[in-house]
Design a protein around this ligand. Structure first.
Ligand SMILES: Cc1cc2nc3c(=O)[nH]c(=O)nc-3n(C[C@H](O)[C@H](O)[C@H](O)COP(=O)(O)OP(=O)(O)OC[C@H]3O[C@@H](n4cnc5c(N)ncnc54)[C@H](O)[C@@H]3O)c2cc1C
Length: 369
């Protein structure tokens, strides 16, 4: 009998999972609570292991014309003085290219990979596990039964809650500001300026646009700013390098909080989680999409290997994916802890050892999944 599979959420993880399942010979239903017209804003950085997984999913060709390749990442003090450089191209040599692009463009590539078959304006509102199958209720009251439900519904996952796999995500305390800047200074590298409990990252993302990502870790309880653009300008007013010219050019800023999701298990009976629903971290290492793509590759492989044994396939999936996602979480936390070190102490250490430390953090991820 054909396996009845539902993917909940048509974000990066959901569309990638649906593609991985299609490549493995399955034909999942995909539902998304938002309307089709809702396109993601901002940009995204995809390191080499993300593009490698997209290659396995057969989606590297449509990605190639999009955005800009990133060959180098330059780390600087807040005033723009260079601390060290990471040779991104060398780091991911033989793995994949590193690329910055518009999120909407990536979404389109992934959507093409599932033949555009997404049911929009459709939320999953409840799940019950009955006799080994999942009975799913959708907005509007429709009920359908599936052999497997993949929860790709993000860090605030309804599937996670309804299946009893975990509670709310844990806030990391970071506030993140993102913007796409047209024009602005001409940059070819990704540049990261490290302040005190704050940082500003900027990279080219094609068509003379820059993707800017800035963060701060304020005192607990600090609310989101009423005017994110004003706060961004205030926060980074004393920064050097390309920042002043960017702050002059920036017009619109998105503000967000980041969360972590840490779970003892990712599946219960026929319900399993992928992407941020299972293992969200702060985006410090830009590994969220890469982990979602790798999830998709492994999901397809384990189900193809054991089409008649869903529990066995899901167990095999966790064995392969957990160490990798834990590694990303550990490295992310380590990086984020350096935010609490004063620049006076941190910067000399980074000048002498930053290159080796940061390269090591990514090198582990260059290993195949
Ligand atoms: C500020 C920020 C910057 C980041 N930068 C990077 C980066 O540069 N590189 C990188 O690799 N990663 C980055 N990430 C992480 C990356 O965006 C995520 O890890 C990745 O998008 C995977 O998300 P997801 O698809 O699991 O969840 P989401 O993107 O949250 O998608 C979940 C989808 O499910 C839908 N949904 C939710 N509930 C339901 C329901 N009940 N029924 C139906 N649909 C539902 C939602 O509408 C949404 O479309 C960043 C994250 C943040 C917050």
């Amino acid at each position: 009998m054909t396996m009845r599979i539902l993917v909940v959420g048509a974000g990066i993880a959901g569309l990638a999972a649906a593609r991985g399942l299609r490549v493995a010979g399955f034909r999942p239903d995909v539902v998304e609570e938002l309307p089709a017209s809702m396109l993601p804003g901002a940009g995204i950085f995809l390191p080499g292991n993300a593009t490698r997984a997209l290659r396995v999913l057969g989606l590297d060709a449509p990605l190639r014309p999009l955005g800009d390749l990133i060959f180098r990442q330059v780390f600087c003090q807040a005033d723009g003085t260079r601390l060290f450089e990471l040779d991104v191209a060398a780091l991911w040599a033989g793995v994949g290219e590193s690329r910055a692009l518009a999120r909407a463009d990536l979404q389109q590539v992934l959507l093409t990979g599932v033949g555009g078959e997404v049911r929009y304006d459709t939320a999953v509102t409840d799940i019950q596990i009955v006799d080994g199958a999942a009975k799913v209720e959708f907005s509007g009251g429709r009920i359908a039964e599936y052999d497997l439900v993949i929860g790709a519904d993000g860090r605030r996952s309804t599937v996670r809650a309804k299946a009893g796999l975990g509670g709310p995500a844990t806030p990391t305390g970071q506030i993140v500001y993102r913007s796409v800047v047209n024009g602005g200074p001409q940059l070819s590298d990704s540049t990261v300026l490290l302040g005190e409990r704050s940082s500003f990252t900027v990279m080219p993302m094609g068509s003379r646009r820059l993707y800017c990502y800035a963060d701060e870790t304020p005192e607990p309880g600090t609310p989101n700013p009423d005017d994110p653009l004003a706060r961004l300008r205030e926060l980074f007013a004393g920064f050097g390098g390309p920042v002043p010219a960017i702050l002059d050019a920036v017009e619109k800023v998105q503000v967000a909080r980041t969360d972590e999701v840490v779970l003892d298990r990712w599946s219960k009976g026929p319900v399993m989680l992928v992407g941020d629903a299972a293992h969200a971290t702060a985006p410090t290492l830009a590994q969220g999409a890469a982990m979602s793509f790798e999830d998709a590759v492994v999901l397809g492989e384990v189900l193809r290997a054991r089409p008649d044994d869903i529990p066995g396939a899901l167990a095999a999936y966790e064995v392969r994916r957990r160490p990798r996602c834990e590694q990303v979480r550990t490295r992310t936390r380590e990086r984020d802890e350096t935010r609490d070190v004063s620049p006076g102490e941190r910067d000399p250490m980074l000048r002498s050892r930053g290159q080796a430390i940061f390269a090591d953090q990514y090198r582990e991820l260059a290993r195949p999944v």
